[in-house]
Design a binder for this molecule. Structure first.
Ligand SMILES: Cc1cc2nc3c(=O)[nH]c(=O)nc-3n(C[C@H](O)[C@H](O)[C@H](O)COP(=O)(O)O)c2cc1C
Length: 145
């Protein structure tokens, strides 16, 4: 049993609305739950940043399905790590809408990890993306408390 975390970025196709994306993710969450996959997905400025955690074969299979999904393009793997503990254990897929009313703490977080207040994950390094998502998860947990 090898657990990995894969992080990738991609670009949504023109015309993909947040509502389309939410219904897509309702199915995805159920399927991830069955496969013991956890993670986080940010959507903003027409771009995605997603972390997938789980058993290596399950994450590979899912990533290859996602990469050929016609609803986005330019899938780019930012990092793959073998992990002892999950960063997002409680979320079969935590969705963060970065396009809508981005709060000041979120902007600060983005600035800290990417050097820009624009959400542009394709420019992040793998380490930046991983630490950004980890800090974002910590912020979300505080909000949920
Ligand atoms: C940005 C993005 C992220 C996705 N994330 C997931 C995911 O976490 N889990 C999942 O099962 N499908 C996800 N999908 C959907 C898959 O690409 C694909 O549609 C699904 O696995 C196929 O399921 P189906 O054959 O049952 O329709 C995602 C799609 C996109 C565009």
């Amino acid at each position: 049993m090898h657990t990995i975390r894969l992080i990738y970025s991609s670009e949504a196709i023109d015309g993909l609305r947040y509502a389309d994306f939410v219904s897509l993710m309702a199915r995805a969450e159920a399927s991830n739950n069955e496969q013991a996959i956890t993670g986080m997905l940010c959507y903003g400025s027409g771009q995605f940043l997603q972390a997938l955690e789980g058993e290596r074969s399950a994450v590979n299979k899912l990533y290859h399905e996602i990469a050929i999904d016609p609803r986005h393009t330019r899938c780019q793997i930012l990092s793959v790590d073998e992990i002892a503990t999950r960063d997002f254990p409680e979320w079969s897929m935590k969705i963060i809408d970065w396009s809508d009313a981005v709060t000041a703490p979120r902007k600060t977080l983005l600035l800290k990890h990417s050097g820009s207040s624009q959400f542009n994950p394709s420019r992040m390094s793998g380490v930046q993306a991983a630490t950004f998502l980890r800090d974002l998860a910590a912020m979300e947990r505080l909000l949920l408390e």
